[in-house]
Write a protein that binds this ligand. Structure first.
Ligand SMILES: *Cc1c(COP(=O)(O)O)cnc(C)c1O
Length: 434
């Protein structure tokens, strides 16, 4: 292709991705579409600078505007989450977790977290699975006992297990996170055993900010870690919030010089913008997300898809999990739905490994409504989306035919909602080079 050929090809692929995004329904639970202002911050010159150290006490010159922005991000984060301190420097949710492991544990210590099959994240995982906790920080990982009916941590069995294994750190939170975790119920017993208590809010941070999900800092968690681009529709970044001011020093030190040098200053600016948006619009946005998630669960269930936790209203967050094994497997439906321009991800069900299924082709699909809600969709739109999914999964209709209807439907939702007014469309490609 030659250098110019490759150069042109990359720019063309970016544009094609944007065009395709306008014609798809994206139900990836860990993704979202940021506001035009967040995107503007992300292409700013902040992304080319260094500002090691704390704002006001940098190891680099040239930071006068950067400092003010980082102070604003910190203040906004504290206000949104009712936190005593915020560190906005982790460059991702995994890095935020790693900083917390660094602050609270030594290699060889024991972490209690959720297993991946029950919704845990790779960053909480065991060494033998390549998880960050085990393989990067050398922690032994013990799993929370899980109630597969209730799709949540089993409180009684967890209480017993905490006493038995006496973990050094207990980490709540998950990547399949339909219901609040029993932080209140388990914090006392964990503290009595000498454990530190953390909560990974990567998925639910925006809902917490909007007042629609448990605030772990009020329920016994000492720190809350998160990504900032899932239900909180900001830049791809991370942060750590603390319940008490006296954790500031150890957390800040664990982040820098522990796990970041450059902390992605363009993302810090974008994060400040998304936190301001959360303060203004987060209550309304979160409320619609939860209504939509419940509606999508109900609509799919009524069409014969086995959405889990039906007796609990399917979810109290943005995400639902469906068992598709009556009709095929998760990997197969992930591909077919993508051919129909409906983007979902295959997901392990809690009992998949036991039944011989594997991550490549598990029994479930995970569906999140953060992005479609952000585009302005409401309950009746969830019926339409359930129709598209039902046509592929239940009726085995040709995805190419379903795609025509999905494209038409998706094009009607072209603006980002729950943010300060802008003319720019959600997936508009911004030309800078030409
Ligand atoms: C997404 C996720 C993360 C990791 O986030 P990144 O920002 O991609 O590093 C960590 N923990 C949980 C529970 C997640 O779902």
């Amino acid at each position: 292709m030659g250098p110019k050929g490759s150069f042109d090809r990359v720019l063309k692929l970016l544009k094609e991705h944007h065009k395709w995004s306008q014609e798809t329904v994206n139900l990836i639970a860990s993704e979202n579409v940021p506001s035009p202002a967040v995107r503007e911050a992300l292409v700013s010159d902040f992304g080319n600078r260094y500002a090691e150290g704390a704002p006001g006490k940098r190891l680099y010159a040239g930071c006068k505007y950067i400092d003010e922005v980082e102070f604003l991000a910190i203040d906004l984060a504290k206000e949104v989450f009712g936190a005593a301190h915020a560190n906005v420097q982790p460059v991702s949710g995994v890095v935020a977790n790693l900083a917390t492991y660094t602050a609270f544990t030594q290699p060889g210590d024991t972490l209690m977290s959720l297993s991946i099959t029950c919704g845990g994240h790779i960053s909480m995982g065991k060494k033998k699975f390549g998880g960050t906790a085990g393989s990067v920080h050398g922690l032994d990982v013990e799993y929370f006992p899980f109630d597969e009916e209730a799709m949540n941590i089993d409180v009684e069995r967890a209480r017993e297990k905490i006493k038995e294994v006496s973990p050094d750190l207990v980490l709540f939170g998950a990547s399949v996170f339909p219901f609040p975790h029993p932080v209140k119920e388990l914090s006392d017993v964990a503290s009595d055993c000498g454990a530190r208590i953390a909560y990974d809010a990567a998925h639910v941070a925006g809902l917490i900010g909007g007042g629609h999900f448990q605030n772990p800092l009020e329920e016994g968690a000492e720190v809350m870690n998160c990504s900032t681009h899932k239900t909180l529709p900001g830049p791809q970044h991370g942060m750590i919030l603390t319940a008490e001011e006296d954790l500031k020093e150890i957390i800040d030190r664990s982040v820098f010089p522990g796990v970041v040098s450059n902390h992605h200053l363009h993302s810090v600016a974008a994060l400040a913008i998304s936190l301001a948006e959360n303060l203004e619009f987060g209550e309304e946005y979160g409320s619609q997300i939860i209504k939509n998630a419940k509606s999508l669960g109900e609509a799919l269930y009524n069409r014969g898809v086995d959405v889990l936790a039906s007796e609990k209203g399917f979810t109290s967050s943005h995400v639902i999990l469906a068992d598709v094994t009556d009709h095929g497997l998760g990997g197969e439906f992930e591909r077919k739905l993508e051919d129909a321009n409906v983007i979902v991800n295959r997901n392990l069900l809690p009992w998949d490994v036991r039944e011989g299924r594997h991550y490549d082709n598990p029994g479930g699909i995970r569906l999140g409504v953060s992005e479609v809600t952000r585009l302005g969709m409401e309950e009746e739109d969830m019926e339409r989306i359930a129709d598209f999914i039902g046509r592929v999964v239940i009726e085995d209709e040709n995805p190419e035919i379903v795609r025509k209807d999905v494209e038409k439907f998706a094009r009607d939702y072209s603006k980002v909602n729950y943010c300060f007014e802008s003319e720019t469309e959600a997936y508009e490609y911004i030309n800078i080079h030409s």
